[in-house]
Design a protein around this ligand. Structure first.
Ligand code: GLU
Length: 479
């Protein structure tokens, strides 16, 4: 069975690049009947924060693509240390007593640093003696430098990859404070958790050569690797919060009013598309179509303005979200709409009980013009509460000659309608227009403005039934 993992470090927020890695892994697992493992890479104890862990979990939960297992690397520290010791005992690793030996030193002649020869060649007797004397040391992997070949593997996305041993430095497994490095912990955990496919960003490609050597030395099955293209900002630089702002953080999309499915659809199109180039895809459709082999090798660009404000979200992301909002079963949308109304303080418990059918019908009619869940708050107020402001364009429609007077007369007629249907409302409105010799449009635009404060919305007569007879009559009079 395929097993994949997503391994965030709790040292920052969940970035859209990280979320895309999660999503690709998830669809790979789902489409092959495999399992998704969430592994918190908390080896860097100095930089981990609780807040970051919470924000990563919040972001992942919001995506609503559940994982099957969860682990924390710090729980397995002794296993990692043991693995380093076994490599040390077998001579595949060695102690490095150089001060600050965790960090590689750059050579002055510009060639890449590979090892400290004095440490690499030290006799085991001397190494043991210095360790026993209490001298601190890091543990490094002994890359078989004398061999002319190197590490080769077939990447799921990038195809053939190769690096000569002569170009790989003796990377650290344990730091001089005794803690495992990312390379060691990640490799041992991938091995022990029986991960079959490691799918991660291209920024990890150089690590993969090291991890393969380490996996082999520890006699684990080597997983298949796939490296995803990077996400770039419109300026061509790698996405970063410092440079591009909040638009890089997953929870910003949640707070802006994205649906998880709309956002996931958007993420998938950053570096992948189905063969027929369709863009609006349900999660089910993505699951059926997704193949990691079809991920592009070129970097993907996220479009937004330099300062990354909420109004500068990639227009494609907004459009896709609008499509999801319109196309999803209305029943699935109701809980999101409820949340939006609760956040605005407009939720009425009756919307979930006695007026539930009305609520579902209102959401269904309103959604055709919305892109974000927050648009329920920004553009639909008058359907849910009685006090609302008038948009300048709506005011203009009300201020047209004689309109307010006509609306009062329309109110009188509508008050008497016994069956408040769209047809009956239309008949009354048209009869009044004919009688007063005005265009029906004048009354239609005027009543929409009076009823909702907005110049646009659901079809004109539908607005009346949504607002309801009594409130419609009051609002026409009040205008
Ligand atoms: N913690 C690493 C990161 O967030 C994980 C990389 C990996 O997938 O191995 O970049």
């Amino acid at each position: 069975m395929n097993r994949v993992r997503f391994a965030p470090s709790p040292t920052g927020f969940l970035h859209i690049g990280g979320a895309r890695t999660y999503v690709f892994n998830w669809f790979f697992a789902r489409s092959t009947g495999g399992q998704m493992v969430l592994r918190i890479d908390d080896t860097d104890t100095g930089r981990n924060t609780e807040e970051s862990l919470r924000s990563i979990l919040d972001g992942l939960k919001w995506l609503d693509l559940p994982w099957d297992e969860q682990h924390s690397q710090s729980d397995r520290r002794s296993v990692h240390v043991q693995a380093a010791q076994s490599l040390l005992a077998g001579g595949v690793a060695y102690r490095d007593f150089t001060a600050e030996s965790d960090t590689r030193e750059d050579r002055t002649d510009g060639a890449p640093w590979l090892c400290n020869p004095g440490m690499r060649e030290m006799s085991s007797a001397e190494s043991d003696r210095r360790a026993e004397a209490g001298e601190p040391f890091a543990v490094r992997f002994r890359v078989p430098r004398e061999r002319p070949d190197g590490v080769a593997f077939k990447d799921l996305v990038l195809r053939k990859q190769f690096r000569k041993y002569a170009d790989i430095e003796d990377f650290a497994l344990l730091r001089s404070n005794g803690l495992p490095t990312y390379h060691l912990a990640s490799t041992v955990d991938d091995g022990d958790l029986k991960i079959t496919h490691v799918i991660r960003g291209q920024d990890h490609l150089a690590n993969t050569f090291k991890h393969i050597m380490l996996l082999e030395a520890l006699e684990y099955d080597v997983p298949t690797f796939g490296h995803l293209p990077l996400l770039l900002g419109p300026d061509g630089s790698k996405l970063s919060k410092r440079r591009h702002g909040a638009v890089v953080s997953v929870t910003s999309y949640r707070d802006m009013g994205f649906l998880p499915s709309g956002f996931v659809n958007y993420l998938c199109l950053l570096g992948w598309s189905p063969k027929d180039n369709r863009e609006v895809l349900t999660l089910k459709e993505i699951g059926d179509l997704f193949q990691v082999e079809n991920v592009l090798r070129t970097n993907a660009t996220v479009q937004f303005g330099e300062d990354g404000g909420a109004d500068q979200v990639d227009p494609k992301a907004l459009w896709l979200n609008g499509q999801h909002l319109r196309n999803m079963p209305v029943e699935d949308l109701l809980p999101f709409a409820e949340r939006a109304l609760r956040d605005a303080g407009w939720w009425d418990d009756a919307f979930g009980t006695g007026r539930r059918d009305w609520f579902a019908a209102a959401v269904n009619d309103l959604r055709s013009r919305l892109n974000l869940l927050t648009d329920f708050q920004l553009r639909c107020r008058a359907y849910f509460v009685d006090d609302f402001d008038f948009d300048p364009k709506a005011k203009e429609n009300l201020n047209k000659d004689g309109v307010r007077d006509l609306l009062k007369r329309l109110a009188d007629r509508l008050q008497g309608v016994s069956d408040f249907t769209e047809e009956n409302i239309e008949a009354e409105l048209r009869a009044l227009a004919a009688q007063e010799q005005v265009k029906a449009g004048l009354l239609i635009n005027g009543s929409r403005a009076a009823l909702t404060g907005q110049p646009v919305g659901p079809s004109a007569f539908r607005v009346f039934t949504l607002v309801g007879q009594q409130r419609a009559v009051e609002r026409l009079r009040r205008a």
